[in-house]
Design a protein around this ligand. Structure first.
Ligand code: ZN
Length: 424
C-alpha cells in the first residue's frame, strides 16, 4: 500500500470501483485528498489516518469526458426532432443566434453544465462563441477545454472574426483552458481555416474542428457545389473551394491546411475512407464520435467497427441539445455499441473499449493526462452509477448506465448526489 497523505481526506467506497486502465476493484476505495486522488485500492487495505468516508451504493469510476458539446445551445432543445435534414437544421442557427438575448446564453450554458453533472460527466470539450458559456463551465470547475469557435468567415471578414476570437479567448483568465475551433470546411474559407490553425499553434492552444460530418460537406470540399455552395453565395462568402474544387475528402483537405495533429481532435468523422482513418492515426488525431447527433441529422453512422479494428483513437461526444435528446454520455455508448455490432465488430471487449473512449479517450482528445482515470495524482473527478454489480462492470455501464447516475464529485467536491450518504 502506497504512503497515505496526511492532510484531511475523504475515502470514497463502493462495491465496485472501475479505475479505467486497471482491473475493476471489488469493495474498492478511492482516497480524495483535496482536489486530487491520493490512493486507490481495496478499501479494507487502506490503513492511513482515520478520514471521513463516503459510501456509494453502485459502480464508482472517473467522471465521464464529453469530447464534443455546445453547452451554449442547451436552450435550443426545441430544435431537436428525429430525422431532420442536416442542411435545413444548421441553416437555422444564424437567425436563432441573432435573436437570442444576451442573458439567455449564460442560463443556457448553466443548464447544460447541470445536465452534465446530473449524468456523470465532469470534463467537457465545449465549443462556444459566448463568453458566458466559458464562465459557466469555469464556475462549475469542470475539467476540459472551451474551444472558441470561428464560423462563417472569409478573408474579407477575418480581421473582425479574429479580433472577436482573441477577445473571447481571454475570457477565462486562467480559470479554464481555452482552445480554437475553426468550425468546419464549409463555413470558413481555406485561408481563414489555415489562419485559425496557425493562430492556435502560435499560442499553443488546442484545436477542435467539425470534420467529415455530412454528405453536403463531402460534396462541398470535393466539388465546391451543393447546398453549402449556395448558402455561401447567399451569405456573400468568398470560398476558395468554390473557385477551385478540392477534389479530396474533408480529412485530406483539413490535413492540407495543417489542421490535423496530436494537438487536434475532430468531431464526427462519419464520412471517412480507410485512407482518411490512416491519416488521422498518422497525425495522432482523436475522433470524437457523436452517433446520436449523426442519426438525428441524417448524416449516417460513423464507421465505429473500422475505427476500432484499425486502432484509431476515439472519444465520445454528445453534440448539443439541438440535435440530441440529452447530454447523457452513456446514452451515446448504447448506440455506438449497436452500430459497432451491426458493422461486424466483435462483441468481446467492445464495452470496455467504449467506456475507455468515454473517459481516457476524451482526456487524450484534449491532451489531458490527469482526468478519465482513477490513479494517484489525477483530478478527483468521480461518478457513481446504479447498475448491476454482479457481472462485467463495463457491460453493466453501457447497458444500464444511462439515466442511472447516483452522483458526481468535481475536483474533490460533491457536485450532485442522489441516494448516497455521507459517513465517517
Ligand atoms: Zn458540433
Amino acid at each position: 500500500v502506497p504512503p497515505v497523505p496526511r492532510q484531511a481526506s475523504v475515502l470514497h467506497r463502493a462495491p465496485v470501483v472501475l479505475p479505467i486502465g486497471a482491473e475493476p476493484i471489488r469493495d474498492g476505495g478511492v482516497l480524495v485528498d483535496g482536489q486530487r486522488i491520493g490512493w486507490v485500492g481495496p478499501a479494507a487495505r487502506y490503513d492511513g489516518p482515520t478520514v471521513a468516508t463516503q459510501d456509494w451504493p453502485g459502480l464508482l469510476l472517473p467522471g465521464l469526458v464529453n469530447a464534443h458539446a455546445h453547452l451554449q445551445y442547451t436552450a435550443y432543445a426545441d430544435m431537436y426532432a428525429p430525422d431532420v435534414d442536416f442542411f435545413a437544421w444548421i441553416a437555422r442557427f444564424p437567425v436563432r443566434n441573432r435573436d437570442t438575448p444576451e442573458p439567455a446564453w449564460a442560463e443556457s450554458a448553466r443548464a447544460g453544465v447541470a445536465e452534465l453533472l446530473r449524468t456523470g460527466t465532469t470534463c467537457v470539450a465545449d465549443i462556444t462563441v459566448q463568453r458566458a458559456a466559458i464562465e459557466a463551465v469555469a464556475d462549475a470547475g469542470l475539467a476540459g477545454v472551451s474551444y472558441v469557435e470561428v464560423v462563417g468567415a472569409d478573408a474579407a471578414s477575418w480581421p473582425d472574426h479574429r479580433a472577436r476570437l482573441l477577445a473571447t479567448l481571454s475570457t477565462a483568465d486562467g480559470r479554464r483552458a481555452v482552445g480554437v475551433s475553426p468550425h468546419a470546411p464549409y463555413t470558413l474559407s481555406s485561408q481563414v481555416f489555415g489562419d485559425c490553425v496557425a493562430l492556435a499553434r502560435e499560442r499553443r492552444l488546442r484545436l477542435h474542428p467539425h470534420v467529415a460530418e455530412s454528405s453536403y460537406e463531402t460534396e462541398f470540399v470535393a466539388a465546391g457545389t451543393g447546398a453549402f455552395a449556395e448558402a455561401n453565395r447567399r451569405w456573400g462568402l468568398d470560398m476558395e473551394l468554390m473557385r477551385k474544387p478540392g477534389r479530396q475528402s474533408p480529412v485530406g483537405y483539413v490535413d492540407g491546411l495543417a489542421g490535423l495533429g496530436p494537438d487536434v481532435h475532430v468531431a464526427h468523422g462519419v464520412r471517412v475512407s480507410a485512407v482518411d482513418r490512416a491519416r488521422l492515426r498518422e497525425r495522432g488525431t482523436v475522433v470524437a464520435l457523436c452517433a446520436r447527433s449523426n442519426a438525428t441529422l441524417g448524416c449516417g453512422a460513423p464507421p465505429v467497427a473500422a475505427y476500432r479494428a484499425e486502432g484509431n483513437a476515439v472519444a465520445v461526444g454528445t453534440d448539443s441539445r439541438a440535435s440530441v435528446p440529452s447530454l447523457d454520455l452513456l446514452a451515446e455508448l448504447g448506440l455506438l455499441r449497436e452500430i459497432a455490432l451491426g458493422q461486424g465488430s466483435p462483441e468481446a471487449g467492445l464495452d470496455r473499449w467504449l467506456v475507455e473512449a468515454a473517459t481516457v479517450g476524451g482526456a487524450r482528445a484534449m491532451g489531458l493526462t490527469d482526468v478519465g482515470v482513477l490513479t494517484p495524482g489525477a483530478r478527483a473527478d468521480l461518478a457513481a452509477f446504479d447498475v448491476p454489480l454482479d457481472g462485467d462492470p463495463y457491460v453493466a455501464l453501457v447497458r444500464y448506465g444511462a439515466g442511472r447516475c447516483l452522483g458526481t464529485v468535481v475536483a474533490g467536491r460533491q457536485a450532485r448526489q442522489a441516494g448516497a450518504g455521507m459517513g465517517g
